[in-house]
Design a protein around this ligand. Structure first.
Ligand SMILES: Cc1cc2nc3c(=O)[nH]c(=O)nc-3n(C[C@H](O)[C@H](O)[C@H](O)COP(=O)(O)OP(=O)(O)OC[C@H]3O[C@@H](n4cnc5c(N)ncnc54)[C@H](O)[C@@H]3O)c2cc1C
Length: 314
């Protein structure tokens, strides 16, 4: 088994990871990144990104990630392919196992940037129309559905927020809610019910999606109070999932402090976790914002935090 050592190990290659890579490389920490099974992170699964500063006409997600990677490599980031399958954070230097046991990396500091994955319903059609009408991010993709009909799936605060956000852009917003009530706070519920553009479909589930190339509608089923199931179609061009995200923190369970939903807890405004020298950046520590630029911003902060930690602890 081969072993590498570094002042800073970065786990994950999304906007947070690459930004941490740019800063730690330029600071001379000779960082090593383990890029994970999705090099480039979530944005490689999307097309147009119009809200990342600096790209006046927008940029394709994979191109943006290629640019960030090239910038980090230019300054010396050493990128290893593979995933971190285990990590020992009990003694410093910390030891990460990469790809089962093919390699270990010993690191003075660790920046965790493993992101979060949106939850989908698990319908076959979701994959087919992903990027063609199906999205898990209204802030990212809502703009493409100006004056169109859209649907939001979910009944919590996030779903209400997404529905209200989309109501500012779309002609009509259906909320597809499995239960007979919204789980959201009273104030959010009130805003949803008072918005003339939003129609809440209670006791309703999505059975499928349809359309030629782009999404044109959804087959939904509403169960009436007497138990009758009514199957019908709604015409929508956007289908937004708002049923939560799952942070990629399985390997850190019991090693760094997590919140109830599994996100890494940091001592904001720093990116420090409860383990000295271990920092977290991007969606993995951020249930609220979950944007590429906010992930990149915390990647920068984590790199500066790691640099300072090394300065005072070596
Ligand atoms: C379809 C879609 C469209 C989007 N559009 C936009 C948009 O237009 N604008 C915007 O600002 N945001 C958008 N977002 C949100 C944005 O992609 C995320 O907020 C951002 O990518 C988070 O960056 P991150 O660095 O925290 O993590 P991620 O991008 O999630 O990357 C996580 C990385 O960690 C790696 N990893 C996970 N586990 C391990 C492990 N055990 N070992 C090693 N590596 C690991 C993964 O392989 C991946 O490389 C979109 C998201 C999606 C899904």
């Amino acid at each position: 088994m081969s072993e590498l050592t570094t002042k800073c190990l970065i786990i994950g290659s999304g906007p947070a990871g690459y930004t941490a890579g740019i800063y730690t490389s330029r600071a001379g920490l000779e960082p090593i990144m383990v890029e994970g099974e999705q090099p480039g992170g979530q944005l490689i699964t999307t097309t147009e990104v119009e809200n990342f500063p600096g790209y006046i006409d927008g940029v394709q997600g994979p191109q943006l990630m290629e640019d960030l990677r090239a910038q980090a490599v230019k300054y010396g980031l050493n990128i290893l392919s593979g995933i971190v399958t285990d990590i020992d954070l009990s003694t410093r230097p910390y030891t990460a196992t990469v790809n089962g046991s093919a390699m270990t990396v010993k690191a003075d500091t660790v920046i965790i940037c493993t992101g979060a994955s949106a939850r989908y319903l698990g319908l076959e059609d979701e994959d087919r129309y992903r990027g063609m009408g199906v999205s898990a991010c209204a802030t990212c993709d809502g703009f493409f559905f100006r004056n169109r009909n859209v649907a939001v799936v979910g009944g919590g605060d996030t779903a209400c927020e997404e529905a209200l956000y989309l109501a500012n852009l779309a002609s009509k917003v259906f909320m597809i809610v499995r239960k007979d009530h919204l789980r959201a706070s009273k104030v959010m519920q009130q805003r949803v019910f008072e918005n003339p553009k939003i129609t809440v479909l209670f006791n309703t589930v999505t059975k499928g999606l349809f359309g030629k190339e782009l999404l044109e509608g959804a087959h939904v089923e509403t169960t009436t109070p007497d138990g009758h199931a009514d199957l019908y179609d709604i015409e929508i061009e956007g289908f937004f999932l708002a049923i939560g995200h799952k942070p990629n923190t399985e390997i850190f369970q019991g090693k760094v402090e997590l919140d109830e939903a599994g996100y890494i807890k940091v001592a904001a405004p720093s990116t420090a976790t409860n383990v000295p020298g271990v920092f977290a950046a991007g969606d993995v520590a951020d249930p609220d914002y979950q944007q590429a630029i906010s992930a990149a911003g915390t990647g920068c902060r984590a790199a500066l935090d790691a640099e300072k930690f090394i300065m005072f602890n070596s």
